[in-house]
Design a protein around this ligand. Structure first.
Ligand code: NAD
Length: 416
């Protein structure tokens, strides 16, 4: 992997920049730019054909100054330790920016889940948890789902951990099915959190949302909820949406729920009635008040950013805007709500799941929504105030808020 594209190198550049602005000393910078602990594990798994395959897995606990590590487990054939490190680092800032008492972690297994049967997945999930059991737990590190891992996989992992420690510990992992200790409201939490952030940003910058147009790039899990909640909570009008196969556009408005139902029935947005078919590039150029990038990373880049035509870009995807794309959006005066603030609703409700597991008492859906709204509103306010005080955009301000909180905790512990 080249230096330029090493994700952990990029993550460290953000830390160095924020450390300079905050005037942090060298020891603090060293602590913030080094993972606290990494575990590499090899996992022998019996395959359905009787053979044994040995999978490589990782768990990185990046920083626990503010509380136990927290972060998902990814299953991907191209997984690398650098990606896991970078994501564990970003989780540290994400839990900090929404001010939940947790640190940052991430895990991964190098595998292609599409080639594994359900039984093989279960054996792999259990092998991984047995291998990392000594370093996880409610006071140490709490994993969650991520790329290609599901609530079912979380249920197997929790069950295996409980077998290892011979106690009930539903809070050892979040993103579980409701029947085994999951939380109400986890399904739409990422999009809902982003919607609350858009509402607050519009208030702060004096932007009208009611009946105004919005678009969604990436009509998957996060994108579909952004579409329906953009209508129901913000009172906005969905005019365009796209997925990997292309998009649809109607300036008069598209009923978000009808589009969700259409996609679930037909597998794509193609052929949705009364809408023009558009490409992914064309979607970005449609004039809207709010654009939700909710697809993959790097979709708003040097080539596509010049045509982006929105007042607010709410990054539900992780890393949708490249540094070059960011500069172009900045120059155009577009307000970018940065990913680890805008999509932190998911980890916030994961934290609520941990709280409920610890109490062994479960909240109503309204309670989850109310508490999520409070957390996201407070997070936006802190970032907005920092951006005003330091004269930065919201992305830089979010780093300053998050990194300062972790640095303060490290100082108070006497680490630096
Ligand atoms: P998903 O797989 O359900 O949806 C992704 C969608 O993007 C799919 O519909 C796919 O067809 C579409 N897509 C792919 N390439 C595209 C392109 N070039 N243009 C337009 N659409 C394209 O995934 P998801 O869970 O909704 O996650 C989406 C993003 O949000 C990811 O970056 C993920 O890391 C981030 N995220 C999700 C959550 C969550 O709770 N789901 C939490 C935090 C961050």
């Amino acid at each position: 992997m080249s230096q330029e594209y090493n994700p952990f190198t990029i993550a460290k550049q953000h830390i160095i920049k924020a450390a300079k602005t905050l005037g942090l000393n060298d020891a603090t910078l060293a602590i913030l730019s080094t993972p606290q602990r990494e575990l590499w594990v090899s996992l022998p798994v019996k395959m359905d054909d009787g053979s044994t395959r040995v999978f490589q897995g990782f768990r990185v606990q990046y920083n626990t100054a503010r509380g136990p590590a927290k972060g998902g487990i990814r299953w991907h054939q191209d997984e690398t330790i650098d990606t896991v490190r970078a994501l564990a680092c970003w989780m540290t800032w994400k839990t900090s920016v929404v001010d939940i008492p947790l640190g940052g972690g991430k895990g991964g297994i190098i595998c292609n889940p599409k080639e594994l049967s359900e039984m093989e997945k279960e054996r792999l999930a259990r092998a991984y948890i047995r291998a990392i059991a000594p370093i996880i737990g409610i006071t140490k590190d709490v994993p969650a789902p991520d790329v290609y891992t599901t609530p079912q996989i979380m249920a197997w992992m929790m069950d295996e951990y409980e077998k290892v420690v011979q106690e009930s510990h539903p809070g050892v992992i979040t993103g579980k099915p409701i029947e085994v200790g999951g939380s109400q409201g986890r399904g739409d939490a990422t999009a809902r959190g982003g919607i609350y952030i858009v509402r607050e940003a519009a208030k702060a910058y004096g932007i009208e949302l009611k009946d105004q147009p919005f678009s969604v790039q990436g009509f998957g899990n996060a994108g579909q909820f952004a579409a329906t909640l953009g209508e129901s909570i913000l009172g906005m009008k969905l005019v365009a949406a796209s997925d990997s196969k292309g998009g649809v556009y109607n300036p008069a408005g598209i009923n978000a729920q009808e589009l969700v139902d259409y996609k679930s029935k037909n597998g794509s947005l193609k052929g949705f009635p009364n809408a023009k078919e558009i490409t992914n590039e064309e979607l970005l150029a449609i004039p809207v008040t709010v654009l939700f990038p909710a697809a993959l990373e790097n979709t708003i880049n040097e080539q596509t950013a010049p045509s982006v035509n929105c007042k607010i870009s709410c990054e539900l995807a992780n890393g949708p805007t490249t540094p070059e794309g960011d500069k172009i959006l900045d120059a155009k005066g577009i307000i970018v709500l940065p990913d680890y603030l805008a999509n932190a609703g998911g980890v916030t409700v994961s934290y609520f799941e941990q709280c409920q597991n610890a109490q062994n008492y479960y909240w109503e859906l309204e309670e989850v929504h109310k508490r999520l709204d409070q957390k996201m509103t407070a997070a936006f306010k802190a970032v907005y105030e920092m951006s005003q005080a330091k004269g930065t955009n919201l992305r830089d301000a979010a780093y300053l808020v998050a990194i300062k909180r972790v640095a303060d905790a490290a100082h108070l512990r006497g680490w630096c």
